[in-house]
Design a binder for this molecule. Structure first.
Ligand code: NAD
Ligand code: ZN
Ligand code: ZN
Length: 348
């Protein structure tokens, strides 16, 4: 089968031939329907150094996957061949307290994971190939009726990650509150839709690209602002001087974090989702009093089930551009150049 593999750090992935995976005892192989192209893969290709992650290339990219059950290993029950499934991407040990409640992102025994500190597409082989080996059936969530694997794929990361970030701030988003989404790409446009579907907050979206601002408004934002040195002041004036209750930064650069610090309301949340690696100085005097600054990583299995439900009911609906596997490198180049709207999904 063909697979798009990252062969070494600081390189673009290559399309290579690999043997089809066979499920061992307790494992499952899926036929991939869709594999989303995440900006994190660009960071993997261009920004990471050997030794920075607990794993190294080569591995097949694609950590945002859905497809159909293709083959069951010995002893696997509860799944049927041909059944549509989404892949829960962060693969923990399955036994620690965190894994037992489905929060495998924060596994505390990662050395016992099938992909320590990662998952399929992050150290282990991911979904940018015709078939993908799933090391345990708990990493598969049956798709609810009304959702096909191509639309479900981005839900597993571009949907799940903002859902997790927004869900933990729900208490700060009553009617009358304001949420700001910085960076309206794959994750950000889902973030806007999830805010709209699950809160009554007013939504202000910020991006450097006009096309992204258009997508933000189409996704349910009340206001869209071009990102620049005056954006924080514009957010303050749009909120009667108070500032934004919750700011979700899907970029995470020095510039966007400074904007978030200057635009936050007292007792607000600044949530860093983007991994551009910027920093935000925090002291008693800034950001405003009792602002919580937090990073978030992906999401839990129960949250994946919840956000898949939102998608199956049409309450959120990713904007998708599909690419065949042969054009996956082109999709990543377009993502890097800021030429994509929404999410590129590779359909192997
Ligand atoms: P994307 O490229 O699709 O979207 C990024 C958006 O940010 C683009 O629309 C871009 O125009 C905009 N942007 C860039 N600089 C900006 C600025 N200064 N101000 C405002 N907007 C700006 O990327 P994506 O796939 O949505 O991923 C977003 C980020 O989240 C990436 O850093 C990715 O690695 C990270 N990520 C984090 C997690 C996590 O668990 N924390 C999970 C997935 C992705
Ligand atoms: Zn990702
Ligand atoms: Zn664990």
């Amino acid at each position: 089968m063909r697979a798009l593999r990252l062969m070494r750090w600081n390189s673009e992935p290559e399309l290579v031939e690999l043997p089809e995976p066979e499920p061992g005892p307790g494992q499952v192989v899926i036929r991939v329907g869709g594999a989303g192209a995440c900006h994190s893969d660009l960071h993997l290709m261009h920004d990471f150094q050997p030794g920075q992650m607990p794993w190294d290339p080569p591995f097949t990219l694609g950590h945002e996957n859905a497809g159909w059950v293709h083959a069951l290993g010995e002893g696997v029950t509860g799944l049927e061949i041909g059944q549509p499934v989404a892949v829960y991407g962060p693969w923990g040990c399955g036994f620690c307290e965190r894994c037992r409640v489905g929060v495998e992102t924060y596994c505390e025994n990662t050395s016992a994971s099938p992909a320590p500190g990662g998952g399929g597409g992050l150290g282990a082989d991911g979904g940018m190939s015709e078939f993908m080996l799933i090391p345990h059936p708990r990493f598969l969530v049956p798709l609810p009726d009304g959702l096909d694997p191509v639309s479900a794929a981005p839900i597993t990361d571009a949907g799940l990650t903002p859902y997790h970030a927004i869900r933990r701030s729900w208490g700060k988003l009553p009617p009358g509150s304001t949420a700001v989404v910085i960076g309206v790409g794959g994750l950000g446009h889902m973030g806007v839709q999830i805010l709209k579907a699950t809160t009554a907050a007013r939504i202000i979206a910020v991006d450097t690209r006009e096309a992204a601002l258009k997508l933000a408004l189409a996704s349910g934002a009340d206001q869209a602002l071009l990102s620049g040195k005056d954006t924080a002041a514009e957010i303050r004036s749009a909120t009667g001087g108070r500032g934004a209750d919750v700011i979700l930064d899907f970029v995470g650069s020095d510039a966007t974090l400074a904007m978030a610090g200057a635009a936050a309301r007292m007792v607000g949340d600044i949530t860093i989702v983007g991994i551009a690696g910027g920093t935000l100085p925090v002291s008693f005097f800034s950001p405003p009093y009792e602002v919580s600054v937090q990073s978030t990583y992906w999401g839990s299995r129960p949250e994946l089930i919840e956000v898949l439900d939102l998608a199956a009911r049409g309450l959120v609906s990713p904007t998708i551009v599909t690419y065949p596997l042969e054009r996956a490198v082109e999709a990543y180049r377009r993502l890097q150049a800021g030429e994509l709207s929404g999410r590129a999904v590779i359909t192997p």
